[in-house]
Design a protein around this ligand. Structure first.
Ligand SMILES: NC(=O)c1ccc[n+]([C@@H]2O[C@H](COP(=O)([O-])OP(=O)(O)OC[C@H]3O[C@@H](n4cnc5c(N)ncnc54)[C@H](O)[C@@H]3O)[C@@H](O)[C@H]2O)c1
Length: 259
């Protein structure tokens, strides 16, 4: 391969923060960024973040764990940013917002506190982290990359997921707005819209034969996705290769959206 082409995707020397880096899609993305040469902070609220950082360090990758419960809101976000910047020597190039949660109930019975918690983590915290990272990148003249995680629910309505669907629609619109505002600084803001990916979040669906079969039949890829399916797309959206792409909601869905 041409050396300039390899360089375009090379993340050597780049510093990345990945929330939700202790499992599922966030962990898959973190591993992809590490494999492309980046240094990565894995942030999550559970101890698995230490186990994965240690496993990756043993493989020779610069992975660093930070334990943070992002339901702590602005204070937790500020602490995470400050610890991340201190670890990286005051330079952040890539932010991936993969921490998220779901919760299901009939809309007419949906509990207010559950609605608030889902919107807080999936949308408010994403905004707070984007704002902090964007301000840092602008003030340090860093041509940074921000990757958010929307969902197929940013395109379709759900049925028993009013909070989750509202949050993911919000993430898509937030991503487009930040892309508009920050492309002038050379900052690219994009989002993935994952289809059906095998993670802890979707495990309950995998155990429902009727639902699983219905979803499986609608997947042109003929299989559910895995966190590894995000490695290549994440390296692309975190690299110089996507310099002219911003505000894109990229489906990583095995073709689910177009069937
Ligand atoms: N799995 C899918 O099919 C699918 C589809 C569409 C969108 N998504 C989105 O992808 C993202 C990752 O989800 P996943 O499927 O990998 O599930 P997952 O449960 O494996 O990962 C969720 C991550 O968020 C972290 N997290 C949860 N609460 C947190 C908190 N309070 N503070 C800090 N971190 C917290 C968890 O530690 C974990 O690392 C989510 O935003 C989810 O909505 C997933």
């Amino acid at each position: 391969m041409n050396k300039n082409m390899i360089k375009m995707f090379d993340l050597t020397g780049k510093n990345a923060l990945v929330t939700g880096g202790s499992s599922g899609i966030g962990l898959g993305i973190a591993e992809g960024l590490l494999e492309a040469g980046a240094s990565v902070v894995l942030a999550a609220e559970n101890d698995a973040v230490f186990e994965h950082a240690e496993r990756l360090q043993k493989q020779g990758y610069p992975a660093h764990p930070i334990l943070v419960d992002l339901m702590g809101g602005e204070e937790a976000v500020n602490r995470l940013m400050s610890e991340t910047l201190s670890h990286f020597g005051d330079r952040l190039d890539i932010l991936v917002n993969a921490a998220g949660r779901s919760g299901t109930a009939k809309p007419e019975e949906f509990p207010t506190d559950l609605y608030d918690k889902i919107l807080d983590l999936n949308l408010r915290v994403v905004f707070l982290l984007c704002r902090a990272a964007g301000a840092h990148m602008i003030s340090h003249k860093i041509k940074g990359k921000i990757i958010n995680i929307a969902s197929m629910n940013a395109f379709f309505g759900g049925t028993d997921t009013p909070a989750y669907s509202a949050s993911k629609g919000g993430v898509a619109q937030l991503t487009k707005t930040l892309a508009n505002a920050w492309m002038q600084y050379g900052i690219n803001v994009n989002a993935f819209a994952p289809g059906w990916i095998k993670t802890g979040m979707t495990a309950p669906y995998m155990n429902q034969p009727g639902r699983y079969d219905h979803l499986f039949e609608r997947l042109p890829a003929g299989r559910w996705g895995t966190p590894d399916d995000f490695k290549g797309p994440a390296v692309f959206l975190a690299s110089d290769a996507c310099e002219y792409i911003s505000g894109c909601i990229l489906p990583v869905d095995g073709g689910y959206l177009v069937r």
